[in-house]
Design a protein around this ligand. Structure first.
Ligand SMILES: Nc1ncnc2c1ncn2[C@@H]1O[C@H](COP(=O)(O)OP(=O)(O)OP(=O)(O)O)[C@@H](O)[C@H]1O
Ligand SMILES: [Mg+2]
Length: 216
């Protein structure tokens, strides 16, 4: 689950690219979009049939039914969540990815959100796999240094750093991802950015994944 109530931090971009990553590995992956803006779902509607398939999963917090036949379910969430909706959503997830942008406003907002998550709502790394992802990064900028200082100061791992790239913007309107273009060498650096995140996710024997394995 991509979660951070700060708007525009990259939840939908990471959701769609992650779903496509699993689809390109031949895995059975679903994408559930809880955001009324439906950015991820709109992206999925643009996806053509020649590309590895991603299932659209009906996202309804009240009556969410786990799809039985998936290897992975990627869940996109909206900005500005109230406490109750956030807690309901958190219950659905095995792993939570918190994207953060290198910007003073985003770092401040992430600080407040993570304080709520860990201290007020008492969600800990023992209950859920939780990680941070720095998104839209331009290295050798002062603000990236500030972001690293911030992530070092909290008890959650910064697992990956995704660089700022126009390709994410370009592909967001085509239903494609950086993982759908095998022959494009200029994507190599962006793809490498994802490896620590996908390795981290793959290393987690999640209840969802083990449920599926037991059933099969
Ligand atoms: N690594 C990146 N490089 C360049 N652009 C990016 C990157 N990640 C996201 N973006 C762009 O930033 C904008 C916001 O990203 P996105 O819509 O994924 O954020 P969000 O957290 O889902 O926003 P919201 O809270 O409104 O749902 C989009 O235009 C997206 O294409
Ligand atoms: Mg979004």
């Amino acid at each position: 689950m991509l979660l951070n109530p700060k708007g525009g931090c990259g939840k939908s971009t990471i959701s769609t690219n992650l779903a496509s990553y699993y689809a390109n590995w031949g895995l059975n992956v679903g994408l559930a979009d809880f955001d009324p803006q439906k950015s991820s779902l709109n992206w999925l509607h643009q996806r053509t049939f020649d590309l590895p398939a991603i299932k659209s999963i009906n996202a309804n917090t009240e009556r969410f039914v786990y799809p039985e036949i998936l290897d992975y379910l990627v869940i996109d969430t909206p900005a500005s969540l109230d406490k109750e909706s956030m807690l309901q959503l958190i219950q659905l997830a095995d792993s939570i990815i918190i994207p953060i942008l290198p910007s003073p406003i985003d770092i401040q907002a992430a600080g407040y959100f993570i304080y709520q998550l860990l201290l007020k709502y008492r969600i800990t790394s023992e209950d859920k796999n939780i990680c941070l992802v720095a998104n839209r990064v331009r290295e050798r900028t002062q603000i990236y240094g500030e972001l690293i200082k911030f992530t070092n100061s909290i008890k959650l791992p910064l697992i990956a750093t995704l660089h700022d790239s126009q390709n994410y913007i370009k592909y967001s309107s085509k239903g494609t991802s950086i993982f759908d273009y095998k022959d494009k060498h200029y994507l190599t650096r962006s793809i490498e950015d994802w490896m620590p995140l996908t390795d981290w996710l793959n290393s987690k024997e999640t209840p969802f994944f083990s449920r599926i394995k037991q059933d099969s």
